[in-house]
Design a protein around this ligand. Sequence first.
Ligand SMILES: C[S@@+](CC[C@H](N)C(=O)[O-])C[C@H]1O[C@@H](n2cnc3c(N)ncnc32)[C@H](O)[C@@H]1O
Length: 214
Amino acid sequence: MHFIPEDIDHYVVAHSEDEPELLQQLTRETYQKILQPRMLSGHYQGRLLSMICKLVHPKNILEIGTYTGYSALCLAEGMQTSGELHTIDINEELFDFQRKYFDKSDFGKHIHQHLGNALEIIPKLNTTFDLVFIDADKENYTNYFEAVIDKLNSGGIILSDNVLWSGKVLDTTFKKEDTSTPALIAYNKLLKEDKRVETVVLPIRDGLTISRKL
Ligand SMILES: C[S@@+](CC[C@H](N)C(=O)[O-])C[C@H]1O[C@@H](n2cnc3c(N)ncnc32)[C@H](O)[C@@H]1O
């Protein structure tokens, strides 16, 4: 869902950085071979992730929800040359696809894949992070926040994707079987109220929140 008129959206994309060739290839192959290709961050959000990461210039990055590796490669563009990017996904079928593209990039040796449930893997990561990107199952966003906050360095950034959930976060009449919407409503409230972070919600694509650890 786009929250701005389509013609403005096209203008914004046309006047932003082009999508690198490798990411165009990754996108094509994702659409050809992988289920739910719309999960991929895509050109505009990818350039935004890259730009934020270049501004923050983190040493260590944690990504929760790799999918086919698009956002990991965007984030890696802004990482310090001595940095490490750890990315977690529960779907083993994506592992080789991710590796192929990580190895085609300049960052392959610095990107570490973790296969499994992020809530089990995060406590075992023996490092601290300057930037965390949360983009996995929405029901666990609050759990991911609690799992990473003590591993985030002071001044570190948490980026949270899909926080507007196609606008459904405004809806108080969501269906009983919809567990994502109430989870995101609770998560957005937590980020606003938690004294450990300062937060700004960007109405970009499906909503992207930037939270900075105090
Ligand atoms: C929206 S996609 C990530 C998209 C990716 N960040 C990008 O922008 O290209 C969400 C991913 O989270 C993964 N996922 C869902 N639940 C998970 C869990 N409990 N632990 C780790 N990964 C999980 C899914 O397998 C899926 O690949």
